[in-house]
Structures are given as structure tokens and as C-alpha cells.
Design a protein around this ligand. Structure first.
Ligand code: ATP
Ligand code: MG
Length: 388
């Protein structure tokens, strides 16, 4: 059987002149995502991408599941390819969809015909296949309005395809087509979701994690790497930058007023993220901040936080409720890891009475006690990179 996967492109079809570029990027992302499951030929014709196994031992189930996580794909179907003859199409439908057809009681056939030279109209072909299936599976009732199963026939340039409908893809745009960004990845619930959302809009992500050993343990770091391993399914290859943050926090605790701890830490994160972004050609900084969730997430605090970096700060969760974020975290599979009880670097240094409406000049005055440049440089020099 000529088992094949058909992928319908989403928004990128609309991208005019860039469309070729978007498609090529998507095909190379797909290639990398499924290479572990066998050898495939991947090509696009008429806004459909075909994923064709080259060997019998290609794992088509795993491949199909993996492709559901690739951004840029609107819908997917598993299909059987056959010759463009009505008899061959009917035979293929009988054998390829046998199990499905035996398990249901009503069906219809829907035909799309992009090859207009095919000798039957779409309706004629649907009727031919429908009555043939009815003969082969006499328990089946044709039902044009609410069939339990729709048998799809597509007659295209080089072959015909039979399948039982499509499932939704991950949507979005192919990772990489929007350039690169760093994403501040804690072990919490929010930042993995933010990372996912911006990868979905086509950004190639470099995750940055601030690590405060021994205030936070190796387990906390491992948790972040485990979260990154889940995100990799959507984001493609990830190399996490692990930035040592302890010195900065200890200096701050010794020399700055407690009420500014959170905002000062967050400003250091931004400065360091900006440097890492510059080294890596990244054009934005992504965070999991959310308006009003905690003291450092007021508009005033965000303004002070981002005043020390020049790249745009993208906060895709800004207007979401916590329960909406949790739904997404569960869907992408990071939630169970995020709620593991390892402390975060910020919680250890959380002030008892944080300033919710900090003023930039007062924060800057408080930071004067620190050698910002040396601390930032030291953190960058100590940064390690872990390929997930
Ligand atoms: P999260 O669930 O993502 O940890 P949060 O609600 O706990 O978010 P904060 O602790 O205020 O919020 O952090 C806000 C954002 O700052 C996070 O979403 C993340 O992008 C970034 N951040 C916080 N701590 C770290 C860290 N240790 N390493 C990297 N980024 C961090
Ligand atoms: Mg957090």
C-alpha cells in the first residue's frame, strides 16, 4: 500500500512572493523533525506538501504524530496513493479504509479534482466510488448530510489519493521564518507557554535560563532542560544558555534596598538577554510576563524592566488569565513538569514588600551600588550552553 501523508499549508499560502521561502523552510523543518522515523521524500505541489516514505520500515504512526507539532501546517491527512483510474481509486478505498468502513454505518464520498483532464467530473467519480463501496460493504448507508465517515478522493497531478479526512495541524508559521529571539525560560508555568507561542509565529528560539546555584538545585536546572526537551518538539533544535546568576543576586542582597530586589534582578536578566541576543543575531526578547500577576508585572514595573534593553520585549501572555495559560501548558505538555516543586531563582530573593510602581530614577540610584558592567560580563563569561 502506498501510504502517504498530505499536509495542507496554513497562512503561508498567503505570503505572495515569500511563499517559496516559507515552503522550503517548512520542508526543512519537517525533514529534521521526522528523520528519526525513516527515510522520506518530501515535496510540495499546489499548496500541499507530500511526505512519502521511501522504505517499508518507516514509522508512519510516529511520523504522523510528530507532524502534528510542526508549525506552518494547517491540516494533515494520512492517505493512500494510487493510479488515476476510477477502478484503481475504488479498489484503494476498499482496502485502505476497510477497517474504518466496517466499523461505521453511514458514509459519503467527496472528490476534489485538481487535474481537470480526468475523464469524470468530481460528482461522477464520487458516485462511482460511493456505489462501489456500497456494494462491497452492504451495511453502509449513504448519508450526504451527517455521515459517520467521509471518504475523500483527491485527483491531483501525478496520482490520486484516498483518505478518511484530515486532522488539525499546529497552525502558525514555520519556525525560523520570523528570524530569531531569545526567550527567558524559567521552570514556571508561563515562560514555556510564551516560548511555544512565539515559536508558533515563526521565531527560532534561543532559551536563556538564569541559574542560582546553590540557592536553586541541580534538579531545578534539570527541570528546565526537561521542559526544553518538550518544547523542542515544536521549536526544533534548542540550545539552552545557562547563565550563573548567584553572584549578581548576592551582590544585590548585600548592597541594594530589599524592596527593589525583584526589579533589579529582572533588569539584569534583560541586560544579559540582550547581550546573548546580540551574539546570536536575535531580534527580540521573549518573556512569560503577564499583566498584574505578581508585583513585578505591573505596567510601571515592566517599563522599568525593559528600560535597560533596546530590543523589543515580546510578552505573548500579557492579556491572558492564568487558567487560559494552564490550558495551553497542558496542551503542549509542559504543565506537569512546571509544577514540580523546585524553587526558582527569584523566589529565593523575593522581597517581603516589593515596589509595585517602581520609578526608574530610584531604581537606577539603587543600582549605583553595583558594578553592573563587571557583573554582567562575569555572568556572560560563565554561561554554559546545553544542547537539548
Ligand atoms: P514563569 O511561570 O514563566 O516562571 P512567573 O509568573 O513565575 O513566570 P516571574 O517569576 O515574575 O513570573 O518571571 C517573569 C518572567 O521572567 C518569566 O516568565 C520568565 O520569562 C522570566 N524569568 C523568571 N525567572 C527566570 C529564570 N530563572 N530564568 C530565565 N527566565 C526567568
Ligand atoms: Mg517564575
Amino acid at each position: 500500500m502506498n501510504d502517504i501523508i498530505l499536509l495542507k499549508l496554513g497562512e503561508l499560502v498567503l505570503k505572495g512572493q515569500n511563499r517559496r521561502y516559507f515552503e522550503q523552510r517548512l520542508i526543512s523543518n519537517i525533514n529534521r523533525r521526522i528523520e528519526a522515523f525513516g527515510r522520506f521524500r518530501i515535496y510540495s505541489v499546489q499548496s500541499t506538501i507530500y511526505v512519502e516514505p521511501l522504505d517499508d520500515d518507516c514509522d508512519m504512526d510516529e511520523t504522523f504524530e510528530a507532524l502534528k507539532q510542526v508549525f506552518g501546517i494547517a491540516s494533515l491527512s494520512r492517505a493512500a496513493a494510487c493510479e488515476k483510474r476510477a477502478e484503481a481509486i475504488l479498489e484503494t478505498a476498499k482496502t485502505y479504509l476497510k477497517d474504518e468502513l466496517e466499523g461505521i454505518s453511514s458514509f459519503k464520498v467527496e472528490t476534489k479534482r485538481s487535474d481537470k483532464s480526468f475523464p469524470m467530473t468530481s460528482i461522477e467519480l464520487s458516485q462511482y466510488v460511493g456505489s462501489g463501496l456500497h456494494q462491497a460493504f452492504p451495511h453502509l448507508k449513504p448519508d450526504m448530510h451527517e455521515p459517520e465517515l467521509t471518504v475523500n478522493v483527491e485527483v491531483r497531478d501525478y496520482a490520486a489519493y484516498v483518505h478518511a479526512g484530515s486532522v488539525r495541524g499546529a497552525g502558525g508559521l514555520p519556525v525560523g521564518t520570523g528570524g530569531r529571539a531569545v526567550s527567558l525560560l524559567s521552570g514556571g508555568i508561563d515562560s514555556p507557554v510564551a516560548t511555544y507561542m512565539m515559536a508558533k509565529r515563526g521565531l527560532k528560539i534561543i532559551p536563556v535560563h538564569f541559574f542560582s546555584f546553590p540557592y536553586t538545585s541541580e534538579l531545578a536546572k534539570q527541570k528546565v532542560l526537561d521542559i526544553a526537551a518538550v518544547l523542542k518538539n515544536y521549536c526544533g533544535d534548542l540550545t539552552v544558555e545557562i547563565v550563573p546568576f548567584t553572584r549578581i543576586q548576592e551582590e544585590m542582597r548585600a548592597k541594594c534596598p530589599e524592596e527593589y530586589f525583584t526589579i533589579i534582578m529582572r533588569r539584569f536578566m534583560m541586560r544579559i538577554a540582550q547581550k546573548i541576543a546580540d551574539f546570536n543575531g536575535c531580534k527580540a526578547i521573549v518573556t512569560g510576563e503577564n499583566l498584574g500577576q505578581v508585583a513585578s508585572q505591573t505596567v510601571e514595573a515592566m517599563a522599568v524592566t525593559e528600560a535597560c534593553c533596546s530590543l523589543p520585549v515580546l510578552r505573548p501572555l500579557i492579556g491572558m488569565d492564568k487558567d487560559e495559560i494552564v490550558v495551553l501548558a497542558r496542551k503542549i505538555g509542559t504543565f506537569d513538569l512546571s509544577v514540580l516543586p523546585y524553587e526558582d531563582c527569584c523566589t529565593v530573593f523575593t522581597p517581603r514588600h516589593p515596589k509595585t510602581k517602581p520609578r526608574l530614577e530610584l531604581v537606577e540610584a539603587a543600582e549605583k551600588a553595583l558594578d553592573i558592567e563587571a557583573l554582567t560580563r562575569e555572568a556572560i563569561e560563565g554561561t554554559t550552553r546545553v544542547k537539548v
